[in-house]
Write a protein of this length. Structure first.
Length: 94
């Protein structure tokens, strides 16, 4: 069971796109996949246009579930979905 926190935010993504989840330093808490990923999901410690610090890559066809990261990001959180995968990003701001 995950602990509820007042300072957690979420962003739902369901298309093949580049999504700026947060533009400030904070923490990537978890990614929740609500169905098997249709394509790779790449997570960056970055904001628009600055995608050099890779936090991780979730492979295409990774199964639904909760994936905990619990890591700090210095610049923000950007998610690139290669296909229309349904996921929710849980994060906090500094």
């Amino acid at each position: 069971m995950h602990e509820y926190r007042d300072n957690y935010f979420y962003k739902y993504i369901s298309t093949a796109t580049t999504t700026d989840v947060s533009a400030v330093a904070g923490s990537l808490i978890r990614i929740v996949l609500t169905e098997t990923a249709a394509g790779a999901i790449t997570i960056y410690d970055a904001t628009t246009g600055a995608t050099t610090a890779t936090v991780g890559v979730m492979k295409a066809s990774i199964v639904e579930g909760d994936y905990d990261f619990n890591c700090r990001v210095a610049n923000g959180i950007q998610i690139v979905t290669a296909a229309a995968s349904k996921l929710t990003v849980i994060y906090s701001k500094s």
